[in-house]
Design a binder for this molecule. Structure first.
Ligand code: ADP
Ligand code: MG
Length: 421
């Protein structure tokens, strides 16, 4: 098993001194619209530098946690995964313009009428890490090579790079469940049932960073491998249809609800949507958030009215509003609501009023998909997804009546990634 050693930790501390570079949704779309081999090369350069910086920040933070948390076996396990991925990435040869590559650029340039005959200066700053590649994407040097269809050295480098980062992503699949396990170990160790504000903030930062890292890797690998669908740039859909996604989430959540509570025990969900609203977003993120909110509302209604109510449950309303700045989805239920003092608590990780679920790393493997309820991750993780692209998630409740959840999504999609540390 891989273990973090002092030598490696020195390197990690060095990388952690550099700031992380945020990438907005719009930047990702602009960059990936017509990916050419040169695009992948440029993106590899950025990721080869940015991913180790982001991983290093996490290792350092995990290492500096208070001992009562940082020494928990599952937390150490997670830290070692981050350190191992860091090491793998920095050991990977950097994407450099070698003389071989230069020659193939030159050949391609000669063979193409539309390209300049002279070889531009291909010097790339080697001092690292600088964190400045992404903003210069579309740089003229690379634009000169947009028409190159096949340069073998680039293709083989791109291919091995994609494989390496996909391997990192796979290693980190069980991070959420393993961290949750670590928090349980911490609670047992401290003989407490709640986590304190520091731990909560640490987890917000940690999972937010995970969303960002997975987005960067997922986007790069989707641009490379496909599937190549209309209106998609990697995992981003430039014309995400809210109504379609909401319909899907409704069907899935009601299915899970019936599966859990029994046949006909899923309240109806009524959707109000002014026409077809399309905007740029990551459909899987949107689906996840709406699905989690609906499951909560369905559960609240079923549990309030009991099993004999069947199809007389008061319906849940899903309202979509389309503003200049935001698209907002409101989900209203008559599930009895929560006391006002209970609202801050629902955002804490692992807080649930449902029967706690077994943590099954295999089941929960890649994403944050939870069962009907009981994991206590639905709300806090959905809020992170919303904030990741400049949106937010809020809960307003009328105790004794029901709850309204407001999911705000930023339409301008040019807000920077929130990189707190
Ligand atoms: P889980 O659903 O696994 O319990 P969540 O983070 O989704 O975790 O929700 C945490 C808790 O917040 C729930 O257990 C429930 O007590 C409360 N809650 C969330 N949404 C609602 C709602 N619409 N009505 C009443 N209580 C809710
Ligand atoms: Mg839930």
């Amino acid at each position: 098993m891989f273990k973090l050693n002092p030598q490696l930790y020195e390197k990690i501390k060095h990388f952690a001194k550099f700031p992380q570079t945020g990438v907005s949704l719009r930047q990702m779309v602009m960059f990936g619209q017509k990916p050419s081999p040169a695009t992948f090369f440029k993106a590899s350069q950025f990721l080869h530098e940015e991913l180790p910086i982001r991983l290093a920040h996490r290792v350092k933070e995990l290492d500096e946690l208070p001992r009562s948390l940082g020494d928990m076996p599952s937390i150490i396990k997670v830290k070692n995964w981050y350190a191992q991925s860091f090491q793998e990435l920095i050991e990977l040869p950097p994407p450099e313009i070698t003389s071989e590559l230069k020659a193939s650029f030159r050949d391609a340039a000669k063979n193409s009428q539309s390209l300049p005959q002279s070889t531009p200066n291909l010097a790339i700053p080697q001092s690292k890490p600088t964190g400045k590649y992404y903003p210069t994407i579309g740089h003229r040097y690379y634009n000169n090579f947009e028409n190159i269809k096949c340069t073998p050295p680039i293709l083989s480098y791109t291919d091995s790079f994609v494989k390496a980062i996909e391997n990192v992503k796979r290693r980190h699949d069980p991070v959420v469940t393993t961290m949750a396990q670590g928090i349980m170990e911490y609670k047992q160790h401290r003989k407490t049932s709640m986590i304190d504000a520091d731990v909560q903030q640490f987890l917000d930062r940690f999972y937010m960073s995970r969303i960002g890292i997975r987005m960067l890797i997922g986007q790069h690998s989707a641009l490379y491998r496909g599937p190549f669908m209309r209106n998609y740039v990697g995992v981003i859909c430039t014309r995400t249809n809210i109504k379609d996604i909401a319909q899907d989430a409704i069907a899935n959540a009601r299915f899970i609800c019936e599966d859990h509570y029994g046949l006909f025990r899923a309240p109806e969900v009524k959707m109000f949507c002014p026409g077809d609203i399309e905007f740029m977003y990551v459909p899987s993120h949107l689906n996840h958030m709406v699905f989690e909110l609906l499951k909560n509302s369905l559960r609240a209604v079923v549990e309030r009215f009991g099993p004999d109510y069947e199809d007389e449950y008061p319906p849940i309303k899903l309202v979509i509003a389309h503003g200049k700045e935001d698209i907002t989805i409101k989900i209203s239920d008559e599930g009895g609501g929560l006391p006002r003092s209970g609202i801050p608590v629902v955002w804490t990780y692992m807080y649930t009023t449902a029967q706690a679920q077994e943590l099954e790393p295999e089941f929960n493997k890649s994403e944050f998909k939870a069962p009907m309820a009981g994991f206590g991750y639905g709300l806090p993780i959905s809020r992170l997804y919303a904030r990741y692209f400049g949106g937010d998630l809020k809960l307003i409740s009328m105790e004794g009546y029901g709850t309204d959840a407001y999911l705000h999504l930023n339409r301008l999609s040019n807000s920077d990634e929130p990189l707190i540390m």
